[in-house]
Design a protein around this ligand. Sequence first.
Ligand SMILES: [Fe+2]
Length: 248
Amino acid sequence: MISFEGQKSKDLIQKIQIHESEPVALKGIFSTSDIEWLKKIKDETFTLKNQTSEKLINRERKPLGRMAHPQGQAAKDIEDLVRYKIKDCTAGNFTMSFTFHENFFPYGIHTDAAYDSREYLYKQGVIPLEIHPLDAKVYTVIFHQKAYHPISYPSDIETIQTLKPKELAAIQNLDSEIKIGDKELSDYWQGTNDKERFRGFEIALPFCWVLGDMALWDRAHLHCSSDFKNHGIEGKVGLMWVSRKIAE
Ligand SMILES: [Fe+2]
């Protein structure tokens, strides 16, 4: 089932679209010492119980990961660094928030839009900090398809087949004629049902997790992680940020 909670007015969506741009991978923008410094803040934040939360346990009773939300001076210092690095890709007034994500399982297709129907979505990004094992290739795959409210698209074919036209219409440009190519499917997912699972979606940016790089995209873009199991990924840790425009 696809939720309709947090849907925005046509007027607000038009305003959000004024600031939209293509997803980009900014290569080599963080030095080794930047990454080490971010990892140090990450480790410190994870020790603070009031700033961390466990992710859900999955069907096999394994933890999916953890999140930590830096606050105060740590958040301010991170923001100063990231704002400087994205200054050529952003404009005007916006606020930012940061979360460290430690993941042992890949995220399915979703948006990180907002439940607040008045929120003026802007950009979001991911800064890779750790990949386990280090030489493995893991991706955040950003699609052309968009939605301006929080969406979690099912990963199992049976549920996808039960989606109603109204639910599918909540995703812009979803087109059942679009099929992701075999090479991309095997590079990023390799599951047996993936051709059908990703039917309708077109890849805008496959962002390979490389230390020092950052991907940046509009918050309306649906995105997901590449597969872990078929590609020998044990886990990854990244710093995610989301931004919102200040309403004029
Ligand atoms: Fe996300």
